[in-house]
Design a protein around this ligand. Structure first.
Ligand code: ACO
Length: 358
C-alpha cells in the first residue's frame, strides 16, 4: 500500500510530464521554457485540447473563449449577492455551480472562459465595486486584468500574466487534476469535474500556498530577521510555504520562469530582492535540517511575487491559479472521457470485525 499514492501510476496521459529528477516539465512535447513567455494562454490551451475536442488553433480558441466569457458574465452578476461572507475561492466554487453541462457552449471552453470572469467579479465585489463586462475581442490575460481594474493593463503586465497562466496550465497528475479525473470517470461531466478540481486546489498543501508566502515575507520583514524567523518556524514544526514538492527533487522549473517574470515587473523590484534572500536562507536551512529529503523552491514562491506585483490581493491567488489551471483540468477531463474506466481503488480494512453470533 502507498499512503499518498507516491509511486502509483494511475493514468496514461499525452498532456504533460513532470520529470522530478531532472526538474523538467514537458507539455505536449514542449519544455515549459519553450512555451511560457513565447506562446499565449490560448495557443497552449489549443495545444492541450487538440485531438480531444474541436479546439482549432490559437485564434479560434481566442474567439471561442471571448464569446463564452460574454455568455458567463450574467451568471457572475446573478450569483455575486449570494457570495457574501464567502472567501474568494469559496465564492468561485459557488459561481462555477451556476454553469451547466447542458450549455450549448462546449464544456472545456465554457469552464475556461468563465474562470477569469468570475474571479474578476469576485475580486471587485470584495472592494464594493460592480463587475466589469468582458470584452470578447481581447485575450484571456488582457481581459482578466481589464475586468479586474476597469481599465486596460500595460503590455508588460498582460505579458506577465499570460506567462503565469501558461506556466501553471498543466502539471501531470497533481492532486486537483487527479480529483477532476476521478469525478470525470463517473461521467459526472465537465462542470462537476472542474469544481472538484478547484476544491482540491484550495488546500494549503496544493494551490493555497502563495498567499501564505507573502504573509511569511511580511512577518520576516527585515534581512536580520530572516534566519532566526525561519529557524523558529521550523523549530515550531511549521512548513515553509513555497518549498518542497511531492515529485520534484530539484528546483521546480516553474519557479525560475516566474522569478524571471517577477523581475520584469518594476513594482516588485525590492520585494523580489528580499524574497531572493529569504529563498537562499530557507534552502540552506532546509538542507541542514532535512538531510533525508531534498527540499527546493516550488512554483508557489514566485507565483506570490508575480501576482503581488500585478496588484492582486493575496486572498485571490488560489482563484487566479485556477484561471490558468482550468485549461489543463478540462484537457484531462476530455482525455479521461475519451478512454474512460471508472477510477475506483481499493482500501485495506483495519477496523473491528463483527462479533460472530454464538
Ligand atoms: N517546510 C519544511 N519541511 C518540509 C516542507 C516545507 N515546506 N515540505 C516538506 N517538508 C518536510 C516534512 O516535514 C518531512 O520531514 P520529516 O521527514 O522530518 O518529517 C519531509 O519534508 C517530507 O515531507 P512530506 O510531507 O512527506 O512531503 P510531501 O511530498 O507530502 O510534501 C508538499 C509535498 C505538501 C508540497 C510539502 O512540501 C509542503 O507542505 N510544502 C509547503 C506547502 C507548499 O508550498 N505547497 C505548494 C506546493 S506546489 C503546488 O501544489 C502547486
Amino acid at each position: 500500500m502507498s499512503v499518498g499514492l507516491d509511486d502509483v501510476v494511475a493514468a496514461e496521459t499525452a498532456l504533460s510530464h513532470v520529470d522530478g529528477e531532472a526538474g523538467r516539465l514537458i507539455i505536449r512535447g514542449f519544455d515549459l521554457e519553450e512555451l511560457a513567455g513565447r506562446q499565449s494562454f490560448e495557443a497552449v490551451s489549443s495545444l492541450l485540447w487538440r485531438d480531444l475536442a474541436a479546439a482549432g488553433d490559437a485564434m479560434a480558441v481566442r474567439h471561442a473563449l471571448g464569446a463564452a466569457r460574454v455568455a458567463a458574465f450574467p451568471i457572475a452578476e446573478r450569483l455575486l449577492p449570494m457570495s457574501a461572507g464567502l472567501s474568494p475561492v469559496e465564492a468561485l466554487r459557488l459561481m462555477l455551480s451556476g454553469l451547466s453541462d447542458a450549455s450549448p457552449i462546449p464544456g472545456h471552453v465554457l469552464v475556461t472562459a468563465a474562470m477569469p470572469v468570475f474571479v474578476a467579479a469576485i475580486t471587485r465585489h470584495r472592494d464594493g465595486l460592480a463587475p466589469v463586462a468582458p470584452d470578447a475581442a481581447l485575450g484571456q490575460a488582457a481581459d482578466f486584468l481589464r475586468m479586474l481594474r476597469g481599465q486596460a493593463a500595460s503590455p508588460a503586465e498582460i505579458h506577465a500574466l499570460d506567462t503565469y497562466l501558461v506556466t501553471v496550465i498543466d502539471h501531470g497528475l497533481n492532486a486537483s487534476t487527479f480529483t477532476a479525473r476521478v469525478v470525470a470517470s463517473t461521467r459526472a461531466g465537465m462542470v462537476s469535474s472542474v469544481i472538484a478540481g478547484l476544491c482540491a486546489l484550495k488546500g494549503p498543501l496544493h494551490g493555497g500556498a502563495p498567499g501564505p508566502v507573502l504573509d511569511m515575507l511580511d512577518e520576516i520583514a527585515t534581512p536580520e530577521r530572516i534566519r532566526p524567523w525561519l529557524e523558529q518556524a521550523l523549530d515550531n514544526g511549521e512548513r515553509l510555504m513555497g518549498f518542497g514538492h511531492r515529485v520534484y527533487r530539484v528546483r521546480d522549473p516553474r519557479a525560475d520562469v516566474l522569478k524571471h517574470v517577477a523581475a520584469t515587473l518594476r513594482a516588485g523590484a525590492n520585494r523580489i530582492q528580499f524574497a531572493d534572500e529569504v529563498e537562499r536562507a530557507a534552502l540552506a536551512i532546509l538542507a541542514e535540517r532535512k538531510r533525508s529529503r531534498p527540499l527546493q523552491t516550488n512554483v508557489e514562491f514566485y507565483t506570490a511575487l508575480v501576482l503581488e506585483a500585478l496588484a492582486l490581493p493575496r486572498e485571490t491567488f488560489t482563484p487566479v491559479f485556477a484561471v490558468g489551471r482550468v485549461a489543463g483540468w478540462a484537457a484531462h477531463v476530455l482525455e479521461q472521457e475519451a478512454a474512460n474506466r471508472l477510477i475506483r481503488p481499493q482500501s485495506r480494512y483495519v477496523g473491528p470485525l463483527p462479533k460472530r453470533a454464538a
